[in-house]
Design a protein around this ligand. Structure first.
Ligand SMILES: CC(C)(COP(=O)(O)OP(=O)(O)OC[C@H]1O[C@@H](n2cnc3c(N)ncnc32)[C@H](O)[C@@H]1OP(=O)(O)O)[C@@H](O)C(=O)NCCC(=O)NCCS
Length: 191
């Protein structure tokens, strides 16, 4: 019986992550990642080892305080259909819960797998604009054919009314109530 371990990624995993994700991307089953995007976001990644050998990866990209995206989920073809993908998603879900994130999303070509992981299909238009920030770097920008799916981890902290509403602008820096210190100088043209 093979041993399966899921653990946070190390920089030594960048090479096998890149090799697997981009091999699968060439088969058009997922989107490619640049070396920089994997290296800079290595802390988002979890890796699955089967008998001590790299067998797959997945990343949790925090988009906002109430939403995170499951990205770059990939299991080596030799290890697929043996529970590795499920173990990776479970690790990402546990990490999202640890961070207090109430909702996950995924853009995928394998809705059947994500349905098994508790996700349901939603409309791209129903998602907050912020989740599309990285789409600008995607080769399929403006021609996205991935299916959007979502899984609520904490219904109270993620009311459905958040969906479909325009994102509020990021607030300008303002004084935290109770902060002790001299009044900040106002910019000359401030209203
Ligand atoms: C999709 C993928 C991550 C699944 O990983 P996996 O290790 O093969 O999946 P698991 O063995 O953990 O499967 C868990 C469950 O999902 C089901 N499942 C797996 N792949 C599925 C698929 N393509 N469609 C429908 N159900 C699927 C399994 O039958 C299993 O169901 P069960 O618990 O009822 O037995 C893997 O096939 C893969 O890397 N595919 C190529 C890349 C890709 O599509 N990534 C997703 C990008 S968003």
């Amino acid at each position: 019986m093979a041993s399966l371990e899921v653990r946070p990624a190390l920089v030594a995993d960048v090479k096998p992550i890149m090799a697997l994700v981009n091999e699968l991307a060439m088969q058009q089953v997922m989107l490619p990642r640049s070396p920089a995007s994997v290296i800079e976001n290595v802390r988002d990644f979890f890796v699955a080892d089967v008998d001590g050998q790299f067998a797959g990866c997945g990343a949790l990209a925090v988009t906002w305080t109430d939403i995170a995206e499951v990205r770059s989920l990939a299991v080596h073809p030799l290890h697929q259909k043996h529970g590795v993908g499920r173990a990776l998603v479970e690790a990402l879900v546990a990490d999202a819960r640890r961070l207090g994130i109430p909702r996950l999303i995924a853009f995928t070509y394998v809705p059947g797998f994500f349905a098994k992981m508790g996700f349901t299909v939603c409309q791209h238009e129903d998602l907050p604009h912020k989740v599309f920030n990285d789409c600008m770097h995607c080769p399929k920008f403006l021609a996205c054919d991935e299916i959007a799916m979502t899984r609520v981890l904490d219904a109270k902290a993620s009311p459905p009314k958040l969906f479909g509403k325009p994102q509020r602008a990021i607030p300008l820096p303002q004084r935290t109530p109770g902060f002790q210190g001299p009044e900040p100088e106002r910019p000359r043209n401030a209203p």
